[in-house]
Write a protein that binds this ligand. Structure first.
Ligand code: ZN
Ligand code: ZN
Length: 343
């Protein structure tokens, strides 16, 4: 660790301009804790923040998928929590706008997130409101606890869907979110998940994680053999706007289509409204986390073996830019930066 009031952090001074440098340690406000970060994951949102396509202010210390240990607390926080290992829900909602008052915290008019709109977890220490920390067991590794954040986004997505036991699902995208959604859908009673992706490597991983069938994107016509009447649940976990028009015809009559992947803002897609009308297709989406974090922690804790193997790369903080490049190229599944490897 560096000297008393200093710490090492990734600072994004402006889009594309990331420097690992020594900065001031954060101070806890009255209702905050300071967390010494153990592990912090990267995802597609980090790519957008790195390239300036997100609502982030700069300079920013990114990192929103984090877990660590409480090392100090604000004046309103129970000091016996010092030393407690925690996972962090990054959601920052005001609590008093029209949407917060309606329990739609992910639509808060002042919505923000630790690591997205305020300094986050790609640092030795970060400031977190006490309301955002969840205690984890002493034997839960930080890398597994850092995976709770993406799982909590998928848990919220499942809460929005109506899942009937015995149904079949089709998932576009075998990245971390596609695979997490697949596992949760199977836990929720889906009998058979088919996964489509462009990458043979990722499809192999999907198969190893329990996908019943895997298909490369250029062979989607074979879906006809797998589900002649279509799939009860179809999920886009790619964020590619073209997937909507490809996916829609594979939704079974009275089925549901979930848009989970984040398309570029302003991108358009062509769909056939008649198909949606005639087949009574429900189109759903889900955005981030809405008080789904605690239940996601339950899932990851209880089914740790299902989730641990999704973490394919753990890199030191100093490899942030390299890790961003790997996410962009679709290398591995879940990449995380770990702080205990700091010199
Ligand atoms: Zn994320
Ligand atoms: Zn609000």
């Amino acid at each position: 660790m560096t000297s008393m009031n200093k710490m090492k952090a990734v600072v994004l001074h402006s889009p594309q301009d990331a420097v690992v440098e020594i900065v001031e340690k954060p101070d806890a406000g009255d209702d905050d804790v300071i967390v010494r970060v153990g592990a912090c994951g990267l995802c597609g949102t980090d790519l957008k923040i790195f390239s300036g396509e997100y609502l982030s202010p700069y300079p920013l210390i990114p990192g929103h998928e984090l877990a660590g240990t409480i090392v100090s607390v604000g004046s309103h926080v129970d000091s016996t929590l010092i030393g407690q290992r925690v996972a962090v829900d990054p959601t920052l909602a005001c609590g008093h706008c029209e949407f917060c008052q309606d329990a739609q915290f992910n639509h808060c008019e002042s919505w923000g997130a630790i690591g997205d709109t305020v300094n986050g977890g790609f640092a030795e220490f970060t400031r977190v409101p006490i309301a955002n920390v969840y205690r984890i067991k002493d034997d839960m590794p930080f890398n597994l606890a850092a995976l709770v954040e993406p799982v909590s986004c998928a848990v919220w997505a499942l809460e929005r869907m109506r899942i009937r036991p015995g149904s079949i699902a089709l998932i576009f995208g075998a990245g971390p979110m596609g695979l997490i959604l697949m596992k949760l859908l199977e836990n929720a009673g889906v009998m058979r998940a088919t996964v489509v992706d462009t990458s043979v490597e990722r499809l192999t991983v999907a198969r190893n994680h329990g996908a019943h069938d895997v298909l490369q994107s250029d062979t989607v016509s074979h879906l006809q053999d797998l589900a002649p009447k279509g799939f009860d649940l179809v999920v886009d976990a790619t964020g590619n706007p073209n997937v909507l028009s490809i996916a829609l015809p594979w939704v079974r009559k009275a089925g549901q289509l979930l848009l989970f992947g984040v398309s570029p803002q302003g991108a358009m897609a062509m769909v056939e409204p008649y198909l949606i009308y005639h087949n009574e297709i429900t189109i759903l989406s889900s955005m981030a986390i809405n008080h789904s974090y605690g239940r996601a922690l339950n899932i990851v804790e209880t089914r740790s073996n299902d989730f641990r193997s999704l973490i394919t790369h753990e890199l030191p903080l100093s490899d942030y830019v390299k890790a961003i490049g790997m996410v962009k190229e679709g290398k591995g599944i879940k990449l995380q930066l770990t702080m205990d490897t700091l010199g």
